[in-house]
Design a protein around this ligand. Structure first.
Ligand code: FES
Length: 469
């Protein structure tokens, strides 16, 4: 039985050519014995190891992944491993938050001279992964899911869900302020007037704002190209869409200079797009709105409860007067992240498999994200096809992980992805977990400054690396 289990174990070792591969070679030439469940894949540098390769390896059925490269300071390309270290820090956090057992994803620095260390790392990693193989590892979401999760695991996830619901209920607040409609009407008037002035003076070619939707309590994006069209502009608590999503689109760029209505979180996204050179500052005129929060499902949106920012940091025109900063009314998103952090890895894994099992791959989350602007998304590429495009479970896992990983250090927490998800998948929790880790590890918050380098295209020589052997 033991032999059978050992035979089944597969560990993918992603190693850099110059140190760890040479270290593995040194172990061989020194005739050191090490576990044969490791399959080596050679890369030019750890800097070339995209987390997508790790996802793909799990999808293809490996039981564990080991990533190994040169020690800091020894990289053949000087700093490839220092950039990689940051990427691995965040990717590992994401995977552990999803419930992957930490023994399944391990990292090491092994130099060309450390054949003995290579043998020892491989034996330790293989031993740890084999300990787990009593339970078969299912990457693909089993269908039907409920039958596949054991009764006690199912109960634990149910309890988790009830606790999440309790957090949502405790933090459910309605606007309740009778003055709000008067304030919104006054701001709408001020906005229309300013939009007319901008168009009349030829300062902009269009004003991107909101109009009333056809359904009650909705507002939809509006490109006002003429003076008459500005009379349709509105401002109210239903103006939820982050309009920054349009700015990097080729057709919108063709409009030339644009005035855009922004809430504080939208302005952060514009700032991110400026930082990533997707938008030129001289091509946008930001109309900053005094914000008291937006409404979702009849209550104040969870993201607005802990927000104390009443005016955007970045604007050219200001509409309305910033109200006094309110005391926060709790932070249900952070509370839920903590709740999941405190659950066991298996509970988290089951929770997220349940969440992702509802994904129909409509890509609404991608469509509303200001930072999903690639001409061809990785999910649409088929040479090679990294992520299966249909709603097959392996691809669904991969898509949701890749989406969150691609937003690391960029997501400004507008939570549009979670709001528009027709399956109510808690994508906001994944984004927030990564944002918290980035703040904690790299002291960086997205949407704060155009000049600062995004955290995953920078490094500090003393970045923490406790998780690397
Ligand atoms: Fe080994 Fe860069 S060459 S990590």
């Amino acid at each position: 039985m033991k032999e059978q289990t050992e035979q089944k174990t597969k560990i993918a070792a992603f190693v850099c050519n110059w140190c760890s591969y040479a270290g593995a070679d040194a172990a061989g030439t020194s005739r050191l014995q090490y576990d044969d469940s490791v399959w080596i894949v050679r890369f030019p540098c750890t800097g070339r190891i995209d987390p997508l390769f790790i996802i793909k390896a799990f999808e293809q059925g490996v039981d564990g992944v080991l990533v190994s490269g040169c020690h800091p300071g020894d990289c053949h390309y000087a700093t490839g491993n220092l950039f990689a270290r940051r990427r691995f820090t965040i990717f590992r956090t994401l995977m552990l938050f999803l419930g992957l057992d930490e023994r399944r994803l391990q990292f090491s620095w092994v130099s060309a001279a450390e054949g003995a260390k290579w043998a020892s790392v491989v034996n330790t990693v293989a031993g740890a992964v084999k300990e787990l193989n009593g339970e078969p590892f299912t990457w693909a979401i089993p269908m039907p899911l409920r039958g596949a999760i054991g009764a006690s695991d199912g109960e634990a996830v149910q309890t988790l869900r009830e606790n999440i619901k309790a957090i949502e209920q405790t933090h459910r607040f309605t606007f309740g302020d009778q003055m709000i409609e008067t304030r919104e009407a006054a701001m709408t008037e001020e906005l229309r007037l300013r939009a007319k002035q901008l168009l009349e003076a030829g300062e902009v070619n269009a004003v991107l704002g909101y109009a009333n939707g056809t359904l009650p309590r909705t507002a939809i994006p509006l490109f006002a190209l003429s003076l008459e069209a500005t009379d349709q502009l509105v401002w109210n608590r239903h103006c939820r869409t982050n309009l920054a999503v349009y700015l990097a689109r080729p057709l919108v760029r063709k409009l030339g200079k644009l005035a855009v209505v922004v809430k504080p979180c939208d302005a952060k996204a514009v700032l991110g797009l400026l930082q990533e050179h997707q938008v030129q500052r001289e091509n946008v005129h930001l109309i900053g709105m005094a914000c008291t929060g937006v409404e979702e499902r009849g209550a104040i949106a969870p993201k607005c409860l802990s927000c104390t920012q009443r005016m955007p940091d970045l604007f050219d025109t200001k509409i309305g007067t910033a109200q006094e900063q309110p005391a926060t009314r709790g932070n249900p998103i952070d509370e839920t992240v903590r709740l999941l952090d405190n659950a066991s890895p298996q509970e988290r894994w089951n929770f997220w498999q349940e969440e992702f099992s509802r994904c129909i791959r409509c890509y609404a989350c991608r469509a509303v994200c200001p930072f999903c602007y690639c001409e061809t998304c990785i999910t649409d590429k088929h040479r090679p096809q990294w992520i299966t495009p249909s709603a097959r479970s392996e691809g669904t896992m991969a898509w949701n992980i890749v989406r969150a990983a691609h937003l690391a250090g960029r997501c400004v927490g507008c939570n549009e992805c979670a709001r528009v998800c027709p399956a109510n998948i808690r994508l906001d929790l994944l984004n927030r977990k990564i944002a918290l880790e980035i703040k904690n590890e790299f002291d960086y918050e997205a949407g704060q400054s155009v000049e600062s380098a995004p955290p995953l295209v920078a490094y500090r020589p003393d970045d923490s690396q406790e998780f690397i052997r």
